[in-house]
Design a protein around this ligand. Sequence first.
Ligand SMILES: Cc1cc2nc3c(=O)[nH]c(=O)nc-3n(C[C@H](O)[C@H](O)[C@H](O)COP(=O)(O)OP(=O)(O)OC[C@H]3O[C@@H](n4cnc5c(N)ncnc54)[C@H](O)[C@@H]3O)c2cc1C
Length: 569
Amino acid sequence: MNRKHDVIIIGSGIAGMRAAIEAAQNNPGLDVAIVSKVQLMRSHSVCAEGGTAAVIQPDEGDSIELHAWDTVRGADFLCDQDVVMRFVEEIPKEIMLLEHWGIPWSRRPDGRIAQRPFGGHSYNRATFAADKTGFFEMQTLYDTLQKFDNISRYDECYVTSILIEDNLFHGVTAWDLAHGEFFAIQGKALVIATGGACRMFGFTTYSLTATGDGIAMAYRAGLPLKDTEFVQFHPTGLVPSGILITEAARGEGGYLRNSQGERFMEKYAAGKMELAPRDIIARAEMTEIEEGRGFTGPDGLDYVHVDLSHLGADKINERLPLIREVAIRFNFIDPIDEPIPVRPAAHYFMGGIHTDIDGATPVEGIWAAGEAGCLSLHGANRLGSNSTAECLVWGKIAGNKAARYALQQKNFPPLPQEAALKVAEAQVFDRFKPDAKESAFSLRGELQKIMDAEVSVYRTGSGLEAALKKVKELKQRVADIQVKDRGRIYNTDLLSALEVDNLLDIAEVVVVGALARTESRGAHSRRDFPERDDVNWLKHTLAHYTPAGPRIEYLPVTINAWEPVERKY
Ligand SMILES: Cc1cc2nc3c(=O)[nH]c(=O)nc-3n(C[C@H](O)[C@H](O)[C@H](O)COP(=O)(O)OP(=O)(O)OC[C@H]3O[C@@H](n4cnc5c(N)ncnc54)[C@H](O)[C@@H]3O)c2cc1C
């Protein structure tokens, strides 16, 4: 049976839950729903470790302008500066709001909220709860959510399409994974908060569930994607699993060393050392490894070391307990005594669904927030601890805007006729045949292999051409994925097929954008075009869906405070 809610939010990460609270708390008469493919607290956001950036100690020397400048410079000037200003002004209020809602922020001996250094920030402004910041933020939002009886939950329901007609939002279709039912949800407003798409890479810090579904659905429904060629590679992915060793490990004083024991960042960013922005450190690590100063790792995963041993047991246990536990459990290494093997891992999607400064997409009634959206806050390279912050700020803004819009609409836009919904249902459940030849698992593996090889820290034109050819070939093979399980309850065969289809659509946009961008900027580093080219490329990439592949156009960058200068640390 179909359902109906004023505001539908897809996703229950930090962005989705913050949006739901904002929509519900100011409007008791408004009917809000959260749809999530996992139980709410299992969303990828619980993985966030190191902190959330905000200026909360202006009396001690930090300033809004400094946070803005750090973000603009970190972004290699591809961010929209009006968006950045709004961000730095709003996030301190969110930190205090979470404080009032009960989050156990780590504290200084004088009782004030503690803040730690993070890469690219010129002040200690990452607010944290040990190295489990995302977990505690999620828990606090989840607790707060319980206060509102005008929020309905659809846990473990997988949204399969966004329904748009005449550029107006009408609803979504969803598959209840636990009970097998397929239904439509009619709505007046939608917030897409479905997270990023780095699972298209093999060596990644991402949760298995973060497969870019919302970005792909939006793209196919006609919403343009922005700046997807900018993928962040985090310098400290644990080898071989890819689990994140938080930047806070370096923020607390950890060193990066090569196989000769050298703190090699001296050569690449002497002023910031281990706390340079991530794109710069990731390139430095790959250079060290490629020039023979790394360690030989399994399956080609050569690595460098992050060394915490000089920090002492007390500091590691108090500030980095999760990192210690992960290193012991997964690598049988105790960081109190031994260095940890790390290399760059796909970590964050700077691009996403194109929105304006309010998170509004070009389709009436649809907003996007969090990692799924692209407001142009992070530009070509996000600074660590600015993402959870963005989720909070634009979760609130998008939730508020969506609620206000829904309240102004007298009627619900109609759902498609029953027959059309039956077609949508068949497109999910009858699309893949039991006797087909391809495996979703192998396709995902092949995609990850080519993305790791050719679309990683360093890129070249010929490598990207090869990646595009492979992605197109894989897209052809999707139709022949075998799904033997014909059931509808927890059918993970079918779910994997749908997810790889989503990843492939976005991978194509990533590669096409990267191939077109003949410069190096932030996380997009072309060996064949090593310089930043502001004359030709200080612009956003916008990709529109066509059945033959993305149609690319470009948008200007908003520069209203700082003109681009050479980026030196
Ligand atoms: C290991 C790790 C550590 C990090 N640490 C930090 C940090 O310390 N500080 C920082 O600022 N950033 C950090 N980040 C980045 C940050 O955690 C993420 O960018 C952020 O949490 C994304 O939140 P989100 O709300 O946008 O989406 P997510 O938390 O990814 O949530 C997406 C939601 O969408 C739902 N969903 C997706 N597809 C569908 C579908 N088809 N149908 C229904 N529901 C769907 C999912 O169920 C989920 O609820 C880290 C990232 C990683 C990987």
